[in-house]
Design a protein around this ligand. Structure first.
Ligand code: UDP
Length: 413
């Protein structure tokens, strides 16, 4: 369903939408190209699917391109992901050469769209080397980092940094992630689309349907984590915390809903670890959902008492925003972008261990009034900080700044 900007006025008000139109005015007709490595699965695809149509609606000529790679390429980029988020990993030279070659091939395929782009947003490490194939580019190129690089494994960061220094700017989700680079760095956290199938208000029938479909008892408490099966999301830790809570709340049920992203080769191994950890407990539901199951995920989050995101590293964590927006307190790992969203004791609880998550789960389930108050605060916090309209405003502002020859003074009309 095509959303128009006007539809957002009922959520954020007229002024916000008017300001977006004003900001977009000097950018009308400009060619903007986003490039990432998957159209399905994960937060980047989720955001681009919503942001790109709105940029087009505002009159920018916006394109979304996806690079393709072979299995070795995704092996390598998953190692980048793990190493940038802190794991010590040695990546074989042959994989690095393949990574570079795959990027050269993609650059040729994308040349017609990229060579005359006014602005190119290159998302995450996978397509970062594309810039090297455009030495004569005329537009501004921005590297947009979505992952937690607060403590990267240095040799891998050093290798990738070589591809980043030529960019005109970079964007990070929070200040902790910014690195030493010879260009301006901007802090722009991600966002959710309140009108998408993933986040829109649902009739009760949708919630009832997920209870029935997944054999969840609506009379018993439910904790849910929605995530790709990735070790940084700590699904096994979620199961441990559920077990600890269940000793005190025997009726507790747990849903771990996930699927794979097309650029994530490790999911299957992690999923097997998760199955082992469940030990056949019928109150743990492992749900493998197709990548377009947005409404089902929406309903599962709404059906839950608490949303969990017990990551040990997290660039941002859209699933946290999604839970908060549905009026659920979120118990989240005390890391990266989760810290921006989970305000301890207000919108949820930050935790570092399964024990901590279990303690907070029991506390909230035993204090329903506090759970409800936190849920109300949670939704308002997202309205103020993490909706697509704020994200769009910041991207537009950045584009105006970069297109302007005198970035210290920006004229908007
Ligand atoms: N998601 C989904 N299906 C799944 C798992 C995740 O649609 O099986 C969505 C989830 O609702 C969220 C996004 O994918 O919108 C994940 O973004 P997040 O920032 O939480 O994590 P990432 O996967 O980018 O590390």
């Amino acid at each position: 369903m095509m959303q128009t900007l006007n539809a957002y006025t009922e959520i954020v008000g007229h002024d916000v939408i008017d300001q977006l139109r004003q900001l977009a005015e000097p950018l009308k007709g400009r060619k903007v190209v986003h490039v990432n490595s998957t159209r399905m699965g994960g937060g980047v695809a989720e955001i681009l699917a919503k942001l790109v149509p709105l940029m087009n609606e505002l009159g920018l000529d916006t394109h979304w391109e996806v690079i393709n790679g072979n299995a070795e390429f995704y092996q390598c980029t998953k190692s980048f992901h793990n190493a940038l988020q802190g794991n010590t990993i040695a990546i074989p030279e042959s994989q690095l050469r393949n990574f570079e070659e795959v990027n050269r091939q993609n650059a040729e395929q994308l040349r017609p769209v990229l060579e005359d782009a006014d602005i190119a947003f290159i998302h995450d490490p996978q397509p970062a080397p594309l810039l090297s194939s455009f030495p004569e580019r005329r537009g501004k190129w921005i590297w947009r980092c979505h992952i937690d690089v607060s403590r990267p494994h240095r040799p891998v960061w050093k290798y990738l940094r070589g591809f980043l220094t030529g960019y005109d700017a970079s964007i990070w989700s929070l200040p902790d992630f910014a690195q030493t680079l010879p260009h301006p760095q901007y802090i722009i956290p991600p966002s959710i689309d309140p009108l998408s199938e993933k986040n829109i208000a649902l009739p009760d029938s949708d919630i009832t349907a997920v209870y029935e479909r997944f054999d969840i008892d609506p009379e018993r408490p439910l904790v849910t984590q929605v995530s790709r099966f990735d070790r940084f999301k700590d699904p096994v830790g979620v199961i441990e915390s559920y077990r600890l809570s269940k000793r005190f709340v025997p009726a507790l049920q747990l849903v771990l809903a996930g699927g794979g992203a097309t650029d994530d080769p490790e999911g299957e191994a992690v999923l097997n670890e998760v199955y082992d950890a469940t030990n056949g407990d019928p109150d743990i539901k492992i749900l493998l959902l197709p990548s377009d199951a947005h409404r089902t995920i929406n309903a599962l989050q709404r059906a839950s008492d608490i949303v969990m995101q017990k990551s040990t590293r997290e660039g941002f964590g859209l699933t946290v925003t999604e839970g908060l927006w549905k009026g659920k307190p979120v118990i989240g790992g005390n890391t990266g972008g989760i810290r921006l969203q989970v305000i301890n004791h207000h919108t949820g609880f930050l935790v570092s261990t399964p024990e901590g998550a279990a303690l907070r789960t029991r506390y909230l389930l035993n204090h329903r009034d506090i759970l409800d108050t936190m849920g109300i605060k949670a939704r308002e916090f997202v309205r103020e900080h993490f909706l697509l309209t704020r994200h769009l405003r910041e991207y537009l502002t950045l584009m105006v700044v970069l297109m302007n020859d005198h970035p210290e003074r920006v004229e908007l009309s």
